[in-house]
Design a protein around this ligand. Structure first.
Ligand SMILES: [Cu+2]
Length: 388
């Protein structure tokens, strides 16, 4: 085979082996390594925030089917998450972890795609080389837990998450500084200003945050998280605990948009879910489940649970049929009832089994998924605990 033909076939292979809508259109390859938000440089944080804002502004006919109406790329993600069929299937069932895993993976691909295609036109520009380095960071809120309750210092106020240039200052109410003020960042959902009844008028599209730690404190420190992972070798126990407790509290603490199904209106949603996905990875690693292939999984590693707790199963909002959530049942990514989505096409809806493997150097995961989390202090903590 001559060299040109080989390169052509190799390029075609790369394109075909990374199948999600966004990642197949950019030549960025290799494993994506997700880092903690606090470990990123201010340039890296700013690059990600500017790309999010560009994604909000970027309009295209994302809603396929009969509609050609243009819509914001970022808002599409907000709406896909808030869609009643998706939200029913993805929450309070054992689809919770795999559904959000795939959702944030596609969002990360879209971020890279926007930075790659739009970045060079931005002022200041983002180079294509830097665009390919973008990954979705995680907010490790367990590090912001208030370890010393008597020092009169609110630990969350010192979190590296908040600043006046990027995510916004640490304060209750409307976001008025950073990159996500109303001018740059009109939210999809409209909320009022009363934290106790956010649907009380006047309603507007300003992003708002509650952030009242006296009312809703962060309840999980690193030891509790490590023990929660170690002591729950069964998926059923782990996912129930993770969704209700560690996942739920930051949503309530941020309040406003974040405590509704329009929670993805705040980019903090994605940093939070990156952390939740990271804890799922650590759980699999801790119990050596990551060495199993999808066809070796038993109901220790994945259990079909609908509902995860309580007695009311999640049902299809139209037919009232109980949503099947087995290892080989497809997770829904409906755009809306009748129209398919350009970026979540129905022939590409994954199952939990599809999403089990993250890919190795030899074999990419389902839909070309290939990512890891950066060096992790929790893993070290786990080793410590095992010695005790
Ligand atoms: Cu969700």
């Amino acid at each position: 085979m001559n060299n040109t033909l080989f390169i052509l076939l190799f390029t075609l292979f790369i394109i075909l082996s990374t199948a999600d809508y966004f990642s197949k259109q950019v030549p960025c390859s290799g494993v994506r390594v997700r880092q903690r938000w606090g470990s990123l440089s201010s340039c890296e944080r700013c690059r990600i925030a500017r790309t999010f804002v560009r994604m909000k502004q970027y309009q295209d006919a994302w809603k396929t089917g009969s509609s050609t109406e243009k819509s914001s790329l970022y808002n599409l993600f907000v709406e896909v998450h808030a869609n009643p069929w998706n939200s029913a299937a993805w929450h309070g069932t054992s689809f919770f972890l795999p559904a959000h895993k795939y959702f944030i993976w596609v969002l990360e691909s879209a971020l890279i795609w926007i930075a790659y295609n739009e970045g060079p036109k931005m002022s200041p520009p983002i180079s294509q080389a830097n665009a390919c380095k973008i990954t979705l960071p995680y907010w490790d809120w367990e590090m912001d837990y208030d370890y010393d309750k008597n020092d009169n210092i609110d630990s969350l106020s010192l979190s590296q998450l908040f600043d006046s240039n990027i995510i916004g200052s640490y304060k209750t109410g409307a976001v008025t500084d950073g990159r996500f003020t109303l001018q740059n960042w009109p939210t999809v959902s409209r909320t009022g200003y009363n934290p106790l009844s956010i649907s009380t008028p006047p309603l507007d599209n300003t992003l708002k945050r509650y952030l009242n730690v006296e009312d809703i404190p962060l309840q999980y420190d690193t030891t509790q998280i490590a023990n929660g992972i170690i002591n729950r070798p069964k998926f059923a126990d782990f996912t129930r605990w993770l969704e209700v407790g560690p996942h739920g509290i930051p949503h309530l603490l941020f309040g406003y948009q974040m405590k509704t199904m329009f929670s993805a209106d705040d980019v903090v949603f994605f940093l939070h879910h990156s952390n939740i996905d990271r804890l799922w990875h650590i759980w699999a690693d801790c119990h050596d489940y990551e060495k199993l292939s999808a066809n070796e999984l038993t109901n220790i590693q994945y259990t079909a649970l609908n509902p995860t707790s309580g007695s009311k199963p999640k049902v299809d909002p139209v037919t009232n049929v109980i949503i099947p959530v087995g290892l080989h049942d497809t997770i829904t990514y409906y755009w809306k009832l009748k129209n398919d989505s350009k970026i979540f096409p129905s022939d590409k809806w994954p199952t939990p089994a599809d999403l089990w493997g993250m890919g190795t150097n030899d074999t990419p995961g389902w839909d070309g998924m290939y990512y890891r989390y950066g060096s992790d202090y929790l893993v070290n903590l786990k080793a410590l605990q095992k010695k005790l």
